[in-house]
Every structure is written in structure tokens, then in C-alpha cells.
Design a protein around this ligand. Structure first.
Ligand SMILES: Cc1cc2nc3c(=O)[nH]c(=O)nc-3n(C[C@H](O)[C@H](O)[C@H](O)COP(=O)(O)OP(=O)(O)OC[C@H]3O[C@@H](n4cnc5c(N)ncnc54)[C@H](O)[C@@H]3O)c2cc1C
Length: 358
């Protein structure tokens, strides 16, 4: 038995592959399918565009399985978190994925198997695939301020100060600037271009943000925020360049970390706070426990976008077959070939360090 913990894009995508391979598994989540996405601010949309190009061998960037396309299902190029949740739910129904609503709060070893503790008791599993994402683990280093992951809509927010210099801060600034001028406190200027969208602003964000920087409706100040405190409704944001005061709750967009709370002890951790994985995305503590999704790192490759981490599902599945001494039969080989044909089997990472020539 295989247990996939977390029914977001990674858990659902992985489950579809396990179903196609005919392996015994269950997908579990403490919430409903796609719950993290349903919590996005209502104005926020995907950065990566979707297009129905799979008939010509180019899989939709936001698809989690071959021959599926959120652009086709949702009739859109960019969708909100709630809309993408609909795509995920339709996949779970279509592929008849066995799904159990249960939160896993502990994993222990019992003989060769894993014993998973959850609200209904315990269950045993030969393999565990952790797909718990990052959205459930926001980084909020300050005493006061509202983390962007708790914003439900920008029209209800009355803040004019945002802390952070990544995609979430930029997205918040773009939406808030429709209502009022915005000040963003960040360490360094937006703008440095890089071939890997994981380390810079996406083209979609640049195209929306830069006109607002030019017309002054979004202003930036390059400082390090040291503390945020609140007294009598006034927020004091202490920085290395002075204190900014505001009577609105500042939005804190300082990112996320791997959401591995109860499973932390199953991983070794590197100096940057990321879990260490073997070259098949297994834990270095137990190779039968895997991590999939945006926290996967292999050498310098950051798998934080869907179109990246979906390419590792088949690597994990193949590894589980090898570890169980199972031969790949003809039907399973066809499935793996389909994933290879769809650029969904990435085990040679030499592809992914390349820069951009134009
Ligand atoms: C604002 C925003 C915009 C984004 N835009 C893009 C984009 O354009 N393109 C792109 O590729 N990516 C984008 N991303 C990233 C993308 O959304 C994430 O990579 C993706 O949601 C991660 O999927 P996941 O399945 O790994 O985790 P999640 O979607 O976070 O799912 C994790 C699931 O695990 C469950 N869970 C957690 N702990 C437990 C437990 N102990 N027991 C049981 N269940 C548990 C949670 O309930 C949740 O349902 C964006 C993210 C954000 C926040």
C-alpha cells in the first residue's frame, strides 16, 4: 500500500500516475481536494499561462497529468485558486482516485511498514509520499502584520504597506494599487532578470507591475524590516532606514517554508532550511518515504512550479517499483512511455541549468 499525504496539485498528479500504473494507494488530506488553492486571495490568478496544446505534444503548463488541460476544462488562460481547485476535483472524480479525508499527525515505523496516525486511528503503508506543499507554512517573522496567505480579497483590505519583494508582494501591490497608493518595503529592487522564473518575477507580474512603478501608484523603499508592532491601532514598522507608521494592518509577504510539521523528523535538513533528498526524491532517513511538490530541490534545480515538479512523479513511481522488486509490465511501460512523451519524466537534471540566449 502507498499513502499519498496531501491532495493539492502534487498529490492529485501523483495519484493519477499510481492509478494508471495499477498500484494500490490511497490519497489522504485533512481538508478537501485542492484546499490550499481555495484559500488564495480571490483576485490572485496563476502566473504560468495555460493553453490546450497537448494535441501537438506540448502539455498545458499547469496540467498535472498527460491528456488533461486546465485551459480546456476551465476555458481560461489564467485562473484563480478556486477555479484550479475545480480542475483538481474533476480529475479526482474522473480517474476515480481513492480519497480519504483525514489529517496525518504522526508517522512511525512498524517493522518494514510505516504506521500513520490520524483522527480515525492508524493505518499501515509500505510507502509514504508527502505532498503537503508550502502554503500551510507561511513565514511570519513579526509580532504584528497580516501574512498574505490569510488575505481573502484585496478589496476588503485597507492596507497601503506591504513587506516583501517576491511574487506575492508584487501581486498584492498590483491588486491594492487599484484602490490606493501602495508602499512596498523590500531589500532590493525588482527587476533583475534570470532565466529561472523561480528566482525572479514572472513575465506576467512584470507586465502588470512595472507600469504601476512608473506612474508612482506603487512606491518602493529598499530597507530591511526588523520588527512590526501594534499599539492602539497604529502599526510601527521598524527598519534599518527608520520607522514607518501606518494605521492599517501591513501585509507581510515574506514567503513560505516546506509544510512538513509532523513529518520534520523524517528528513535531514540543509543549512538553508530545505529537506535533504536522495536523487530519487526519497528521504535520506528512509528511502521509502518521498517528498513531491514545490519543496523538492536537486542540486541547483528548484522544482517550485507545477511544470517542474510534475516531472518527478514518474521518477518516484519507478523507484517504488524498483524498491519492491517489481518488474515493470507491458501496461506500466506504456504508462511510463506516455509520461516520457509528455516531458513528465525528468531524471537527467543536466537539462535544467541552462540560461536563456535571447
Ligand atoms: C499566490 C500563488 C500563486 C501561484 N501561482 C503559481 C503558478 O502560476 N504556477 C505554478 O506552477 N505554481 C504556482 N503557485 C505554486 C502552486 O500553487 C504550488 O506549487 C502548489 O499549490 C503546491 O501544490 P502541493 O500539492 O504541493 O501543495 P498544496 O496545494 O499546498 O496542498 C497540500 C495539501 O496537503 C494537505 N495537508 C497538509 N498537511 C497535512 C497533514 N498533516 N495531513 C493531511 N493533509 C495535509 C493540505 O490540506 C493541502 O490540501 C502559486 C502559489 C501561490 C501561493
Amino acid at each position: 500500500m502507498i499513502t499519498v499525504i496531501g491532495a493539492g496539485p502534487s498529490g492529485v498528479g501523483m495519484s493519477i500516475l499510481l492509478k494508471k500504473l495499477g498500484l494500490p494507494f490511497v490519497l489522504v488530506d485533512r481538508d478537501e481536494v485542492g484546499a490550499s488553492l481555495a484559500k488564495w486571495p480571490e483576485e490572485t490568478t496563476f502566473l504560468t499561462p495555460s493553453f490546450t496544446a497537448h494535441g501537438f505534444g506540448a502539455l498545458d503548463l499547469n496540467a498535472v497529468a498527460p491528456n488533461t488541460s486546465p485551459a480546456y476544462s476551465l476555458h481560461k488562460e489564467r485562473f484563480t485558486g478556486l477555479e484550479y481547485q475545480r480542475y483538481l476535483k474533476s480529475l479526482v472524480a474522473f480517474y476515480e482516485i481513492p480519497f480519504e479525508k483525514r489529517g496525518i499527525y504522526k508517522i512511525k515505523k512498524q517493522g518494514d511498514a510505516f504506521k500513520l496516525s490520524h483522527s480515525d486511528g492508524t493505518s499501515l503503508s509500505d510507502f509514504v509520499i508527502v505532498a503537503t506543499g508550502e502554503y500551510g507554512a507561511p513565514i511570519q517573522p513579526f509580532e504584528a502584520g497580516k501574512h498574505v496567505s490569510t488575505v481573502t480579497a484585496y478589496d476588503e483590505e485597507s492596507t497601503s504597506v506591504i513587506i516583501g519583494g517576491g511574487e506575492s508582494a508584487a501581486d498584492a501591490a498590483i491588486h491594492l494599487a487599484k484602490h490606493r497608493d501602495v508602499l512596498v518595503l523590500m531589500k532590493e529592487q525588482w527587476g533583475t532578470q534570470h532565466h529561472d522564473p523561480s528566482t525572479t518575477l514572472s513575465p506576467y507580474t512584470r507586465q502588470r507591475l512595472f507600469p504601476l512603478l512608473s506612474d508612482g501608484s506603487v512606491k518602493t523603499r529598499f530597507v530591511t524590516v526588523q520588527a512590526i508592532t501594534e499599539q492602539d491601532g497604529i502599526y510601527s514598522i521598524k527598519t534599518d532606514g527608520g520607522t514607518v507608521k501606518t494605521d492599517h494592518v501591513p501585509i507581510v509577504a515574506t514567503g513560505y517554508k516546506p509544510n512538513l510539521g509532523p513529518f520534520r523528523e523524517w528528513f535531514e535538513w540543509d543549512a538553508s532550511g530545505m529537506p535533504v533528498l536522495n536523487d530519487r526524491d526519497g528521504s535520506t532517513i528512509d528511502e521509502r518515504l518521498f517528498l513531491i511538490g514545490p519543496s523538492v530541490r536537486q542540486r541547483n534545480v528548484i522544482f517550485c512550479f507545477l511544470y517542474k515538479y510534475r516531472q518527478r512523479f514518474a521518477v518516484v513511481a519507478e523507484t517504488m517499483l524498483t524498491l519492491s522488486d517489481q518488474q515493470v509490465d507491458k501496461d506500466q511501460a506504456d504508462v511510463f512511455n506516455d509520461y516520457i512523451d509528455n516531458d513528465m519524466f525528468l531524471d537527467d537534471l543536466s537539462c535544467c541549468d541552462a540560461g536563456c540566449d535571447c
